[in-house]
Design a protein around this ligand. Sequence first.
Ligand code: SF4
Length: 402
Amino acid sequence: MSERAHAILSASGSHIWLNCTKSGELSMHPDAPQRRGSVYAAEGTAAHDLAETCLREDKDADLYIGLDFQGFKVTPEMADAVQVYLDHCRSLPAISFYIEQNITLAKLWERDGLKCPTPLFGTSDFLALNAETLFVTDYKHGVGVPVEAVGNTQFLYYGLGGLFHILERGFQLPKQVTMTVVQPRAPHKDGPVRSWTIPTIDLFVWADTVLMPAVMSVIAGDTTYQTGQHCRWCPHAGQCPALRKQALTVARTQFDDVTATPPSPNLIPLEELGAILEQAELISGWVSQVRAVVSEAIEKGHKIDGWKLVPKRATRKWVDEEAVSTIIEANHILTDSFYTPPQIKSPAQVEAILKRDKRTLSDIGLDQFITAESSGTTLAPDADSRPAAATGPQTTFEDVDL
Ligand code: SF4
């Protein structure tokens, strides 16, 4: 498997350092905090490895169920998600393709005889090319935040790198670049595969007018903090004076006395709550970063007044399932109640199995037994790409013509 290296001014962090060049400048320091990994990110890396293996070996993802990738067992859910990405990559009208391709943007400077002032590189999940189009496809395994293709600077970064990559291999520049995100596990109104196509020339204009000036600002030691939604992902958020100032300003506008108990939300007029929640999102992101910095400091042995680390709630599990089975049988216990019976696979898994025989759910009449049910609703800002759920009186009195 390919080991993924990340530039300090990375593609995935570009929405942060392009919006706030101070963040990029802070990341240049040798002891700068890194963006934190999580179990979800590690699972995403495992899913990427599975996808890479499937593409290189030309196999479907469900053949690897139960196998270990980067410490994660491939589950049917992971296989289903990765298969959506594989199907998309394999459907592209390509004359040439590259899997997990290392890309660099150094040529942006080298074309003018200059040296790239800082390494700008990354790994593009999948590049495919024909005479008209360079296809840049990125797999996202995350469930939390649906990623937009349109306007996504990570994809612009990979797109540029992809163009330099194919130029080096003697191909002509294509007319356009299609950037696609495949994110099967996060619901989005446009479905799991979303694309954005722009003329190739626009990508170079963006490089000249946005990316290169931002890189030069970072290198010049720009000191302008620019707070915004991107701060939520910034590795410097926990120590950022601009974000701290903004959080305190917001808190002071909501509470005259910051030591007092906050007013009950039930007593705040409904028309004010939206604005409060918007500001609270920024503060809660900052508080999460502060928590992470404090936890890390305590882990490293530092003393933080008033705080300590405690074990999370433990869940019990069998250490030897074979021995447990023996004891159950020896005690003549009704064994059925001690076992989870086999369950029928999910519609997506059954669909994948049928696909191998070139059949569909409807071919054998299974589609009529499928229903899609959301487990509830969750609060999201208006800008969120998911359609709003039906709420209010309509949901209670469906037959009433309101
Ligand atoms: S947290 Fe601070 S340094 Fe990071 S992006 Fe926001 S304003 Fe910039």
